[in-house]
Design a binder for this molecule. Structure first.
Ligand code: F6R
Length: 237
């Protein structure tokens, strides 16, 4: 794992955007894996700036998001589709039909997961996958205890994850109990992973992820086994 230390969230957003932009420029038809949450917000803002400055085009880019809440429609302000549209897609020249996010309102969620996996396979290998870190060590919505062999699947969110994410919802009760997530086996197939971890509150879990045992109790620890991971963080580890 290559570790790049940054001084704060601004520098993290800038550096992460530079890495993503370089990938898009280097590879004509790139496939990106994207994440939501607080951590990548500044990175997306920087990518929009690059696009507005005429330095970057997403017209040949395809994206696959890691996860989505079950039961939230695309126009629900807490759905990850809404997040992606508002934080990135609506502001750049990407073709919306090439931005894939699991459909949280599908009638058959299991079938939707299988369909999402098939879409990735048909499109090719993800060139660069962004990953954030949950306080309990989750990546995507792969909660502690998830098998490293899982592919895209339906997950029951841990109470702790729902509590952390409640900050985006009117109340804890409004946070969905189920979600769809790319599995760890799917994530590990990406050619390169950009792992973004920001804030002292994540110091203890990040130390376990980087220096601890590789264990399903700490899902992100599996990143130690991937040959091409860049960790961008403002934490001393
Ligand atoms: C979001 C995702 C989650 C977040 C993680 C950290 O698509 O996959 O695993 O990356 O929960 O979230 P923030 O960045 O809000 O601390």
């Amino acid at each position: 794992m290559e570790i790049i230390k940054v001084k704060d969230s601004d520098e993290l957003g800038k550096k992460a955007a530079e890495i993503v932009a370089a990938k898009i420029k280097e590879q004509n038809e790139s496939i990106l894996g994207l994440a939501t949450g607080s951590t990548p917000e500044k990175m997306y803002a920087n990518l929009i700036e690059d696009y507005n400055a005429g330095d970057l085009s997403f017209s040949n880019t395809t994206t696959f998001n890691l996860d989505e809440y079950a039961g939230l429609a695309s126009d629900h302000p807490n759905s990850y589709r809404y997040y992606m549209d508002h934080n990135l897609f609506n502001h750049i020249d990407i073709e919306k039909q090439k931005t894939y996010i699991p459909n949280g309102t599908a009638n058959d969620l299991e079938a939707e997961c299988t369909h999402f996996e098939e879409l990735i396979k048909q499109t090719g290998t993800i060139d660069l996958q962004l990953i954030g870190l949950g306080l309990n060590g989750h990546i995507g919505f792969n909660e502690p205890g998830t098998s490293f062999d899982e592919r895209t699947h339906v997950v029951r969110l841990k109470q702790s994850t729902r509590a952390v994410n409640a900050r985006f919802f009117p109340s804890l009760n409004d946070v969905p109990k189920l979600a769809l997530t790319m599995g760890i086996a799917t994530i590990l197939e990406a050619k390169q992973i950009l792992f973004l971890v920001q804030g002292e509150h994540k110091a203890d879990i990040l130390k376990k992820v980087v220096h601890g045992d590789v264990t399903e109790d700490v899902p992100a620890s599996v990143l130690q086994t991937h040959p091409n991971v860049i960790l961008l963080t403002d934490i001393d580890i």
